[in-house]
Design a protein around this ligand. Structure first.
Ligand SMILES: [Zn+2]
Length: 187
């Protein structure tokens, strides 16, 4: 029987980009080269995501400005979703919009209620160039929207407004990376 390879086992844990790092705040480029380096990037992304105990990671979070993200994320029914997508397009985001707790490996230690749609559909390709379509609901839909935002150069904190937004910005200011981070949010 062929064993399924666990993603990330051949990858290297890379340094996490933090809020304020320019690579997080500009749109990522389309992938055009589906060579072996792309598979290696996906492996490094899984290794880094697992080391940081995250549920999703975009390539620019390890300093690579390419349109790729990985995930290992439960939905609200506790179904686990594991995979990666290259050149994703958020083709559908619908259902109810609701506030739920959201955090990000690039804003470590922080969390805030963030509005997201309950259902999301992403289309793209695998690292081998095969087309993929990913449908998510609940927390996994939140993850898909969060990772798509990263590839556009956006972070969840930009969607947190009002009192929650002010509270989050105060918490950011108290972190070691906060001054740079806040500056990036205001641009
Ligand atoms: Zn994030």
């Amino acid at each position: 029987m062929r064993q399924r390879v666990i993603p990330g086992t051949s990858g290297t844990v890379r340094t996490m980009s933090l809020l304020g790092d320019p690579v997080l705040h500009s749109p990522c480029a389309e992938v055009t080269d589906f060579g072996p380096a792309l598979g290696a990037l996906v492996e490094d992304m899984f290794a880094t995501m697992y080391a940081a105990e995250g549920v999703g990671l975009a390539a620019n979070q390890i300093g690579v400005g390419l349109r790729v993200f990985v995930y290992d994320c439960p939905d609200d029914e506790d179904v686990r979703h594991v995979g990666h997508v290259v050149n994703p397009r958020l083709v559908e985001a619908g259902g109810d919009e609701y506030l739920g707790p959201e955090g990000c490996l690039s804003l470590p230690g922080l969390e805030a209620g963030t509005p997201r749609f309950d259902r999301a559909v992403v289309e793209g390709a695998t690292a081998d160039g095969a087309p993929v379509r990913i449908t998510g609901t609940g927390f996994f839909a939140r993850c898909l929207q969060h990772e798509c935002d990263h590839l556009e150069g956006a972070v969840y904190a930009q969607r947190v407004t009002g009192m929650r937004g002010r509270r989050l910005r105060r918490a950011i200011r108290r972190t070691p990376w906060g001054a740079r981070g806040l500056h990036a949010l205001e641009d």
